[in-house]
Design a protein around this ligand. Structure first.
Ligand code: THU
Length: 141
């Protein structure tokens, strides 16, 4: 595993430890590596009105936008029971998160690599592979 991937996944795992997930008890962490070298993390934030829960990737993207850093190069995602992110089934970004990530990717002009943690290793995929023929800001021009 490359140093960059290790470092970003470690940041995602640390973020997962900050999740607020009392309902699913599934703690997800996401870490985004930006073109300027900065790392932006997020964790899922659930809600008693379940459908209002926020995914880790969405929380991280919201933090990017508030910080004005648009080009995302890589994303690491991990999840699991408290203290065990990456120890269970592989976590890939949900469909909504793929669309949310696509927004920032298209605006920043990147096709970020997505590293998905799991007990059997890290799966590496480009966002364009996870969300082919994506609808995005370019469609509205
Ligand atoms: N979750 C994420 O944070 N990201 C994903 O891509 C998949 C699912 C969260 C939502 C919910 O809080 C918990 O994981 C269980 O679905």
């Amino acid at each position: 595993m490359s140093d960059t991937r290790d470092t970003l996944m470690a940041a995602a795992r640390a973020a997962a430890a900050t999740a607020y997930a009392p309902y699913s008890r599934f703690h997800v962490g996401a870490a985004l590596l930006m073109a300027d070298g900065s790392v932006v993390t997020g964790a899922n934030v659930e809600n008693a009105s379940y459908g209002l829960s926020l995914c880790a990737e969405t929380v991280a993207v919201a933090k990017i936008l508030s910080g004005d850093r648009l080009a995302v190069e890589a994303v690491a995602v991990t999840g699991g029971a408290p203290g065990e992110p990456g120890q269970g089934a592989r976590v890939t970004p949900c469909g909504r998160c793929r669309q949310v990530l696509n927004e920032i990717a298209q605006v920043g002009g990147t096709d970020p690599v997505i590293w998905c943690d799991g007990a059997e290793g890290v799966l590496e995929l480009r966002l364009s592979k996870l969300l082919p023929h994506a609808f995005g800001p370019a469609n509205l021009l």
